[in-house]
Design a protein around this ligand. Structure first.
Ligand SMILES: CCCCCCCCCCCCCCCC(=O)SCCNC(=O)CCNC(=O)[C@H](O)C(C)(C)COP(=O)(O)OP(=O)(O)OC[C@H]1O[C@@H](n2cnc3c(N)ncnc32)[C@H](O)[C@@H]1OP(=O)(O)O
Length: 340
C-alpha cells in the first residue's frame, strides 16, 4: 500500500514536471500570434479548385480586413495578446503542397512553359537549315487570316466554352483573370495611349513606314510616311521597316496558350469526367492550332530576336498572375486561382 502511495506521488510529480509554467504558455501564444504566417511555397495551380478556395478566401459577410489581418498574424505589439487557445497555423491544405521546380513551377507547369520557347527555337532552326515550301509560309493562308488575326476573339470563345461547365464557387475571379489577360493583349497589340506597345518599340528603335511616292524621281520612289502605328502603315499600303519589329504572332500565340493551359490545368490534373468532355477537347484543338501557327511563325517569319522578344512579352502577364501572385495570399485572394 505504502509503495503504491509513493509511486502515485512520484507519478504526479513527474506529470507536473512535463507541464510548462503558465508564463511560458503566455509567451508562446503571444509570440505565435505575432509571427507572420506567409506561405513558404507558391500555391499549386494544377490541383487547386476554387471550390476548395484558399484559406484566405472570405465567406459572404465576412470582413475582408479581418481576413487580411488574420492572414498576416498581425496583433498589436503594444497590447498584450488575449490568452486564447492556439489556433492552427494557416498552412495550405495538402492539395496545394506539391514539389516545386526552382521553387516556382510544378513539373506540369514547367513542361507547359517550355513548349513555347522550344517551338520558337525549333522553328528558327528549321528556317536556317532548310525551310520547306509550304502553304503556311503565306501570310494570306486561311488559318492565319481567319484564326490568328482574330486570335484573341477565338481565345475568348474557347475560354468561355471551358468556363461554362465548371463548378467553381467564384466565377467573378475567372472574369478578373480574363480581364487582366485581355488588358495586356490590348495594350500590347492594339492601343497604348495611342500606338500599341509593340509599335512604340518599333518606332523607338528607328522603325519607319515607307510608302511608294508616285511623284518622286525615278530611283527614289520610297518616302517615309508619318504613320505612328503598323495599322496606320498598312492602311496607306506602306512597308513597316527598320526598327525592332517584335513578333506579334509570337506574343499572341504564347500569351493566349499559357492563359488557356493554366485555366485548364486543374481539369487535367483532376483526371475526372470534365477531362473527357467536348469542352476540354475544344480547348485542346485551339491549343494545338496556336502551337502549330507559332511553329510556322518560327519557320517563316521574323528574325530570331524578334520572336524571342515577342515570346518574352507573351509570358509577362502569365508570369505575374499564375506564377508570382500565388506566392502572395492577399493578392491571390483578388484574382483567385484556376479551379474545377
Ligand atoms: C464565365 C466566362 C467568362 C468569360 C469572360 C467574359 C467575356 C465577355 C464577352 C466577350 C465577348 C467576346 C469579345 C471578344 C473580344 C475580343 O477578343 S475582340 C478582338 C478580336 N481581335 C483579335 O483577336 C485580334 C488579334 N490580332 C492581333 O492582336 C494582331 O493581329 C497580331 C496577331 C498580334 C498580329 O500582329 P501583326 O501585325 O500581324 O504582326 P506580326 O505577328 O509581327 O506579323 C508580321 C507579318 O508576318 C505574318 N505572319 C507572322 N506569323 C505568321 C504565320 N504563322 N502565318 C502567316 N503569317 C504570319 C503576319 O501575318 C504579318 O503579315 P502582314 O499582316 O503584315 O502582311
Amino acid at each position: 500500500m505504502q509503495q503504491n502511495a509513493s509511486s502515485t506521488t512520484q507519478q504526479k510529480s513527474a506529470d507536473r514536471s512535463t507541464v510548462p509554467p503558465a508564463q511560458s504558455i503566455i509567451t508562446d501564444i503571444t509570440t505565435s500570434s505575432l509571427e507572420p504566417t506567409e506561405p513558404t511555397e507558391p500555391i499549386d495551380l494544377t490541383t487547386t479548385g476554387e471550390a476548395t478556395e484558399l484559406p484566405t478566401a472570405s465567406t459572404p459577410g465576412e470582413d475582408d480586413s479581418l481576413v487580411v489581418q488574420s492572414l498576416h498574424g498581425l496583433g498589436s505589439p503594444l497590447l498584450p495578446a488575449p490568452i486564447q487557445p492556439p489556433t492552427p497555423p494557416l498552412t495550405p491544405p495538402p492539395a496545394y503542397s506539391r514539389k516545386y521546380v526552382a521553387g516556382l513551377f510544378t513539373f506540369e507547369q514547367l513542361s507547359i512553359f517550355l513548349i513555347y520557347p522550344s517551338t520558337i527555337a525549333v522553328g528558327s532552326l528549321i528556317s536556317i537549315v532548310s525551310p520547306p515550301e509550304s502553304y503556311f509560309g503565306l501570310r494570306t493562308n486561311f488559318f492565319n487570316v481567319f484564326f490568328v488575326k482574330n486570335g484573341w476573339f477565338w481565345t475568348t470563345i474557347t475560354f468561355m466554352v471551358h468556363c461554362i461547365r465548371l463548378r467553381i464557387s467564384k466565377p467573378s475571379k475567372l472574369v478578373i483573370r480574363y480581364a487582366f489577360a485581355t488588358l495586356w493583349w490590348f495594350l500590347f497589340t492594339q492601343w497604348f495611349f495611342g500606338a500599341p506597345i509593340m509599335d512604340r518599340v518599333f518606332l523607338g528603335t528607328g522603325g519607319v513606314c515607307f510608302v511608294n511616292d508616285p511623284e518622286a524621281v525615278p530611283g527614289d520612289e520610297r518616302k517615309v510616311h508619318d504613320s505612328w502605328s503598323s495599322f496606320g502603315c498598312r492602311h496607306v499600303k506602306g512597308e513597316w521597316a527598320g526598327g525592332h519589329d517584335i513578333s506579334g504572332h509570337s506574343f499572341l500565340l504564347t500569351h493566349a496558350s499559357l492563359f488557356l493551359w493554366f485555366e485548364l490545368l486543374p481539369v487535367i490534373m483532376e483526371r475526372g469526367p470534365l477531362l473527357r468532355q467536348i469542352n476540354t477537347k475544344i480547348v485542346f484543338v485551339t491549343l494545338a492550332l496556336w502551337w502549330w501557327m507559332l511553329l510556322m511563325t518560327g519557320i517563316y517569319f521574323h528574325t530570331f530576336t524578334e520572336k524571342v522578344t515577342g515570346w518574352l512579352c507573351g509570358i509577362a502577364e502569365w508570369a505575374i498572375i499564375y506564377i508570382l501572385l500565388p506566392g502572395n495570399r492577399t493578392l491571390t485572394t483578388m484574382v483567385g486561382v484556376p479551379g474545377v
